[in-house]
Design a protein around this ligand. Sequence first.
Ligand SMILES: Cc1cc2nc3c(=O)[nH]c(=O)nc-3n(C[C@H](O)[C@H](O)[C@H](O)COP(=O)(O)OP(=O)(O)OC[C@H]3O[C@@H](n4cnc5c(N)ncnc54)[C@H](O)[C@@H]3O)c2cc1C
Length: 183
Amino acid sequence: MFFAEVIVRNSAIAALVYFLSMVLPERKEDPPGIYEKHVQEMYDYIVVGAGSAGSIVATRLSEDYENSVLLLEAGKSDLEPDDVTQIPSLWYSLIGSEKDWGYHSVPQKYSHFAYKNERSYIAQGKVLGGSSSINSINILRGSRNNYDQWKQEGAFGWGYDDVLPYFRKLENATETSYKDSCN
Ligand SMILES: Cc1cc2nc3c(=O)[nH]c(=O)nc-3n(C[C@H](O)[C@H](O)[C@H](O)COP(=O)(O)OP(=O)(O)OC[C@H]3O[C@@H](n4cnc5c(N)ncnc54)[C@H](O)[C@@H]3O)c2cc1C
């Protein structure tokens, strides 16, 4: 009876693994030879930190083939074989891992009374992609009111209608009521 149960369970796991291998996209790997590439003596631009901001800045700069760009990252690649940053639902398992700088706040005087030493844990990504590689991928557009108020206060070009095209550029929403919404 016991062996029968084990066989049924293992067969179910094997079937699930097979199913997932068929439906999940192929796992990406670091391009061959990437770690053997030599660092040049000089670059036009050096970007420190391959997180959300640094990666975009480096990408945009390198769109001009005339530019040489070095993007430096303290953490490892997000494409290592044991890496789970590509699995969004496992983001929480990365907190406190080697892919998290693992900072703490200073002891707080007026808050955090339920915390040990009144200090807060501050997760920050230490891996290619930075915090975006360990985050939970929630996204929402900011409030129209905030952007319009900033514009009124002098942040020219930062009104909601100015930034809406960029929200749309980074989204791939298929739900039209959201995709075409002006809010
Ligand atoms: C756990 C967690 C969950 C989150 N969830 C969400 C979410 O669901 N939705 C959302 O919109 N936002 C979320 N965020 C916030 C979002 O991920 C960050 O605001 C954003 O990624 C910050 O981008 P950044 O470029 O400023 O910094 P980061 O993406 O953190 O990039 C900084 C990079 O610099 C590197 N670095 C630092 N020092 C050095 C050095 N001396 N030399 C070389 N490299 C260095 C770091 O290793 C890191 O890769 C979350 C953040 C965390 C930590």
